[in-house]
Design a protein around this ligand. Structure first.
Ligand code: NAD
Ligand code: ISE
Length: 340
C-alpha cells in the first residue's frame, strides 16, 4: 500500500521532492498539491496522474485522501502548516527551517508535546549524507580521542538577488548548525560572527564571506566559513580535530582523474547535485517510518534549537560580540531515551 502524500509549495525543492517521491523512492505517491501560485500547482499536477490540486494548504491538510504532508513553501509559512498537520494528527515533513522565529518554533514544540507523540520531521538532509555519516561514526567511536574542534566551509557558487547577509546565516549556515549539534550529540552554547574582507563579487552592503564560530555546551569549537559568492561551484568541507587524530569529510562521490601534472575531481554545481543521495535516503526513511506509524530523523526540537542558534547568530552579526545561546528545557518527548 502506498502512502498518499500532499505537497504544499511546489517551487524548486517541492518539485524536486515530488520527482523523488514519484520516480525514485518506493512506498509513496503524490496524491495532492497546492501552491499560492495556483497556475504553478496546476502545471506540476499535469504530470502527476490522479493528483488533486487544492486551493489552499489548509484544504490539502484536511483532505482525507492525504495521509501525510510535505511542506516546501517559504520559511515564514511553515509554522501555520505544521501546526495544522499536528492538529489534524497527520505526519509532516517540513523543509528547513521548521519556522523562522524562536516563538513560532516554541508553539510547534508545545503543540507536538500536547499531542503526546512525534509528528514532525525537519529536512536537515546532511544527516543522511554518507560522507557526514562516516565522519560521525569515527568521532562517536572515540577511536581518535575526544573531539576538540571542527572546521567547516559552506560555499555556494552564487545566490539570487533577494539573498541577504542574514540569509547566509539562517538559510545556509543553519545546516552547519544542525550538523554541529548532531555530530557531537550536544547543544549550542554560544556564537560569534566575524566579518572580514568582503569579496568583490558581493553586492553592496553584503558581508561575504562570514566566519561563524559556534561553541558547543561541552566546549567543542566549530568554525564555519560561510560564503555565498564562491563562483566555482558548491563546495562543502568539514574536518573534526580530536585528541589523537583528525577526520575529514571526503569529497563528494565521483571519479578522481590523475593525468600528466593533474589531479582532478568534479566540484558539484549546487546543493541538489551534492546532496542528491542524502535527500533520497532522508525521504525514504521518512516514508518507511510514517508507513510504520511514526516518524524519524531531525525533530521539532532540532528545528527549534537551530532556529534559536540562527537568531542568536544574527544578534552576534550585529553586535560583533560572542552571544550566549539560551534554549528552553528540552521536553521529555525529545530526550534520547524517548527514541528521539
Ligand atoms: P521556491 O520559492 O522555489 O518555492 C517555494 C514555493 O512555495 C513557491 O512555489 C511559492 O509560490 C510557494 N508558496 C509560498 N508561500 C506559500 C503558501 N503560503 N502556501 C503555499 N505555497 C506557498 O523556494 P525553494 O527554494 O523551493 O524553498 C522552499 C523551502 O525549502 C524553504 O524553506 C527553503 O529554505 C527550503 N530549502 C531547503 C533546501 C535544503 O537543502 N534542505 C534547499 C533549498 C530550499
Ligand atoms: C539552500 O536553501 C539550502 O538549503 C542549501 O542546502 C544550502 O547549501 C544553501 O546555502 C541554501 O541557500
Amino acid at each position: 500500500m502506498s502512502l498518499n502524500v500532499g505537497v504544499i509549495g511546489v517551487g524548486m525543492i517541492g518539485q524536486d521532492h515530488i520527482r523523488r517521491l514519484t520516480h525514485v523512492l518506493s512506498g509513496a505517491r503524490v496524491a495532492a498539491v497546492t501552491d499560492v501560485d495556483l497556475d504553478r500547482a496546476r502545471a506540476v499536477a499535469d504530470d502527476l496522474p490522479g493528483v488533486t490540486v487544492h486551493g489552499s494548504g489548509e484544504d490539502l491538510i484536511a483532505d482525507p485522501a492525504v495521509d501525510a504532508v510535505v511542506v516546501t513553501s517559504w520559511g515564514p509559512t511553515h509554522e501555520a502548516y505544521v501546526l495544522a498537520c499536528i492538529a489534524a494528527g497527520k505526519q509532516v515533513f517540513c523543509e528547513k527551517p521548521l519556522a523562522t522565529t524562536r516563538e513560532a518554533c516554541d508553539r510547534i514544540v508545545d503543540a507536538e508535546v500536547a499531542a503526546g507523540r512525534r509528528l514532525v520531521m525537519v529536512g536537515f538532509m546532511r544527516r543522511y549524507d554518507p560522507q557526514y555519516r562516516a565522519m560521525k561514526e569515527i568521532v562517536t567511536s572515540g577511536e581518535i580521542g575526544a573531539p576538540l574542534l571542527m572546521h567547516a566551509a559552506h560555499r555556494n557558487p552564487s545566490v539570487p538577488d533577494f539573498f541577504t547577509s542574514d540569509m547566509t546565516i539562517n538559510d545556509s549556515t543553519v545546516h552547519d548548525i544542525d550538523v554541529a549539534r548532531w555530530m557531537f550529540d550536544d547543544e549550542l552554547a554560544a556564537v560569534t560572527v566575524l566579518k572580514g574582507r568582503v569579496s568583490r563579487k558581493a553586492k553592496a552592503g553584503f558581508h561575504d564571506p562570514l566566519l561563524v564560530v559556534l561553541q558547543m555546551a561541552g566546549g567543542v569549537l566549530v568554525d564555519v566559513e560561510a560564503m555565498v559568492n564562491a563562483g566555482f561551484g558548491y563546495d562543502i568541507r568539514g574536518e573534526v580535530v580530536c585528541e589523537d587524530g583528525t577526520v575529514e569529510l571526503s569529497e563528494s562521490a565521483g571519479a578522481v582523474v590523475k593525468s600528466a601534472g593533474r589531479y582532478a575531481g568534479r566540484v558539484p554545481a549546487n546543493w541538489r547535485e551534492r546532496f542528491v543521495g542524502a535527500f533520497d535516503t532522508e525521504f525514504q526513511a521518512w516514508i518507511d517510518a510514517v508507513t510504520a506509524g511514526g516518524t524519524t530523523g531531525p525533530s521539532a526540537w532540532d528545528g527549534y534549537a537551530t532556529t534559536v542558534g540562527c537568531e542568536t547568530g544574527l544578534a552576534a552579526l550585529r553586535s560583533g560580540q560572542r552571544e550566549p545561546i539560551v534554549l528552553r528545557e528540552r521536553p521529555d518527548l525529545y530526550k534520547p531515551e524517548a527514541g528521539a
